[in-house]
Design a protein around this ligand. Structure first.
Ligand SMILES: Cc1cc2nc3c(=O)[nH]c(=O)nc-3n(C[C@H](O)[C@H](O)[C@H](O)COP(=O)(O)O)c2cc1C
Length: 298
C-alpha cells in the first residue's frame, strides 16, 4: 500500500514537472494558442469589469499576449477569435479612462436575460437524476454524443481554460479493457454501450496549488453530462477514475487510448439507454446542512 502511494506521488510530481517545463519552454503560442487566448482574454475581461483591482501593467501585458496569440493565424477557432477581438476592442476603446468599470455592458446597465427554466424544474431534474448501472444494448447516436460533449463544454472552468476532451469508448474489446481498469465500475461498465472518459489538457496547470484544478473542472463537466443524460432517457453512472489515484494500469490505458503525456484522465462514465428504475435515495434535510456565517450556527 505504502509503495503504491509513493509511486503515485512520484508519478504526479513527474507529470507536473514535465508540464511546467513544457509551459516555460513554450511561452509562445506553439503548443496551445487557443487555450492561451481563452485564458488571457478572460483576464482582460476581468480587468474591464473592475480595473481598480488590477494594475495597468497587468492589463497591458495581458493585452500584448492576446495580440500575439491572435496573430497565430488559423489555429484559433473563429468564435473564440471573435470573442477575443471584441474584448480587445473594448479595452482599446477605454485605455486611460479612470472609471470604476470599463465593461460596456456594465456602463450601459444592460440587463441579464431571465432564464426560461424555473428553479423548481431545475431542482426536479437534479433530484430525479440517479446513477443507473443497467443498460439496453443500443449504441449512442451522433446527436447524443454531440449533446453530451456540449454539456461538458458548457461547464465552468478555471480561468476559462476549457481543457477537457471526451473519449467515447464503444469498441467491444477496448471497452472491456477500460472497464477492467475502473476500480468501482469493472462490475458493470463493460455492459454499457459506451464508456466516456474525460481527459484534461493539463499542461497549463503548472503551479503546485493548481494540481487539483483539472479534476475539479472535470467534476463540473461530469455532473453536467449526468444531468443532460437524465433528460435524454440515457442511464449514466459516474465512477472515480482520475490520474495518479484510482485507475488500474493507467500506463496501459494511456497507451491504448493514445492519451498525450500532457493530459490527465479526470473521470469516467458508463452511458447508454436505460430503463432501470432506481429508488429515490434520500438526502438529509437542508436545514441540517447549512449554517449561517459559521459552522454550527442556525
Ligand atoms: C466522484 C464519484 C465517484 C463515484 N464512483 C463510483 C464508482 O466507482 N462506482 C459506482 O458504482 N458508483 C460511483 N459513483 C456513484 C455514487 O455511488 C452515487 O452517486 C451515489 O451512490 C448516490 O446515488 P445517485 O447518484 O443515484 O444519487 C460515484 C459518484 C461520484 C460523484
Amino acid at each position: 500500500m505504502t509503495k503504491k502511494a509513493v509511486l503515485q506521488y512520484i508519478r504526479e510530481l513527474n507529470f507536473f514537472l514535465r508540464a511546467k517545463s513544457h509551459y516555460i519552454l513554450d511561452r509562445s503560442c506553439k503548443t496551445n494558442p487557443a487555450l492561451l487566448l481563452r485564458k488571457r482574454t478572460h483576464h482582460l475581461e476581468r480587468y474591464l469589469f473592475a480595473p481598480d483591482s488590477y494594475s495597468p501593467q497587468f492589463a497591458e501585458s495581458v493585452y500584448n499576449d492576446i495580440k500575439k496569440v491572435l496573430s497565430c493565424g488559423d489555429m484559433i477557432p473563429p468564435a473564440q477569435r471573435k470573442w477575443s477581438e471584441k474584448i480587445v476592442s473594448e479595452y482599446e476603446a477605454t485605455i486611460g479612462q479612470n472609471l470604476k468599470t470599463l465593461c460596456p455592458m456594465q456602463l450601459n446597465n444592460t440587463a441579464r436575460r431571465q432564464s426560461p427554466i424555473t428553479p423548481e424544474t431545475m431542482l426536479n431534474l437534479m433530484q430525479q437524476r440517479r446513477s443507473r448501472r443497467i443498460f439496453v444494448n443500443t449504441p449512442l447516436t451522433d446527436p447524443e454524443k454531440n449533446a453530451i460533449c456540449q454539456a461538458a463544454q458548457s461547464a465552468p472552468s478555471s480561468c476559462n481554460r476549457q481543457t477537457l476532451y471526451l473519449i467515447f469508448v464503444e469498441e467491444r474489446e477496448q471497452k472491456e479493457f477500460i472497464a477492467s481498469t475502473v476500480p468501482g465500475g469493472h462490475q458493470f461498465f463493460s455492459a454499457a454501450p459506451c464508456i466516456v472518459l474525460l481527459v484534461s489538457d493539463a499542461g497549463d496547470y503548472r503551479y503546485p496549488e493548481e494540481r487539483t484544478i483539472p479534476f475539479i473542472d472535470g467534476a463540473a463537466a461530469t455532473e453536467n453530462i449526468c444531468l443532460l443524460c437524465e433528460t435524454m432517457g440515457l442511464g449514466c453512472c459516474w465512477a472515480s477514475y482520475s490520474s495518479f489515484s484510482c485507475i488500474n494500469h493507467e500506463k496501459d490505458v494511456r497507451k491504448r487510448l493514445k492519451i498525450p503525456g500532457t493530459h490527465l484522465i479526470v473521470s469516467s462514465l458508463a452511458i447508454g439507454k436505460s430503463d432501470q428504475f432506481v429508488c429515490d435515495i434520500p438526502r438529509d434535510l437542508p436545514k441540517n446542512r447549512f449554517w449561517n456565517d459559521y459552522y454550527g450556527n442556525r
